[in-house]
Design a protein around this ligand. Structure first.
Ligand code: HEM
Length: 292
């Protein structure tokens, strides 16, 4: 198996930056891929960061699973609920032990990409009470371990783009007042899990979030969500990886209510962005660079 970009599975980082880039005027997709593939990041234990780079499938010229496509059409549910399509050309996810090193690394990377890429969207992610998102629930419980997940969410050996993964990056703002106004028991029925300890409800409602995204039905993904934002404007950066686009796309349809009921979580949280990126293996990324 080719080596995956290790940051996908590097749990435990406290500070995050999600940067989406568009092609600069006059630059080609191939220029962008080459320059991003050549990005260098600091490598000491505490000064170092994990860099995960992904490309709009239409821009990435290396191997990837057939049919991988950008998020170019909104996901629309039958009742008018819509998830916007805000695809950009590349994404950088930089994670580290503290935000100073992440900040410096991202500034350095953007400087290195000047002339081929412009900053289109930027979100700073942080951690809240260890593993909780800003709904107050533990997020990531159903992830399989980092020993198992690579076998589930990376393109398998022998397939096009082996060792790569499809990333869905989606910023969700929380309707904090409506959410915090719900009693805990109602919140638990929206999520389908208990709030203190994330135990799945035996009688979880059909519209609960975990019922609408059940991986036994839609396929395995690996989630690295983080909270983002301020007291007055905050939410969840959804960061999900899958071996092909299918599970992620089917989950979004299901959450929007396509072919079933709408996810109750979407009544308290609204997607602001949505982009798919192919995250190539280290070998495929290196083979695309200028200097390696
Ligand atoms: C505001 C946005 C979101 C929030 C706050 C959120 C939060 C949560 C929480 C608290 C859980 C339960 C614990 C766990 O297993 O992690 C969960 C489960 C899950 N979520 Fe989300 N989520 C969000 C968006 C999404 C999106 C967009 C997707 C898919 C594209 C998704 C996919 C999943 C999956 C697959 C599970 C596990 C389901 C299972 O039990 O198999 N989530 N989420």
């Amino acid at each position: 198996m080719p080596v995956p970009q290790p940051g996908i599975f590097a749990l435990g980082t406290l500070a995050h930056s999600y940067v989406e880039l568009d092609l600069a005027d006059g630059a080609s997709g191939a220029d962008l891929v080459r320059e991003v593939a050549d990005l260098a990041e600091p490598r000491t234990t505490m000064g170092g960061v994990n860099l995960v780079t992904g490309f709009r499938p239409e821009v990435w010229f290396g191997p990837m699973p057939a049919g991988t496509r950008g998020f170019t059409e909104p996901v629309a549910g039958p009742d008018g609920f819509t998830m916007p399509a805000t695809q950009h050309d590349a994404a950088l996810w930089v994670a580290g032990g503290s935000y100073d090193v992440v900040f410096d690394a991202v500034i350095g990377m953007l400087a290195a990409l000047e002339g081929v890429a412009v900053l289109a969207h930027e979100v700073v992610g942080w951690t809240y009470h260890r593993d909780r998102d800003l709904t107050g629930f533990i997020d990531g419980t159903e992830n399989h371990s980092v020993l198992v997940s690579p076998h589930e969410v990376l393109v398998p050996d022998g397939a096009r783009g082996a060792g790569g993964s499809v990333l869905l990056l989606q910023q969700w703002t929380h309707e904090a007042r409506a959410w915090t106004g719900l009693p805990t028991e109602r919140q638990e029925r929206v999520m389908g899990r208990t709030k203190p300890d994330s135990i799945e409800l035996e009688d979880k409602p059909e519209g609960s979030h975990v019922a609408r995204t059940d991986q036994d039905e839609f396929g395995r993904i690996f989630r690295r969500n983080t909270p983002y934002g301020t007291v007055s404007d905050h939410g969840t950066m959804f960061v999900g990886f899958a071996a092909d686009q299918g599970p992620l796309a089917r989950m979004l349809d299901s959450m929007a209510g396509v072919g079933g009921v709408r996810d109750d979580l979407t009544r308290y949280s609204t997607p602001l962005t949505g982009g798919y990126y192919f995250v190539p293996s280290v070998e495929d990324l290196s083979a695309s660079g200028r200097t390696r």
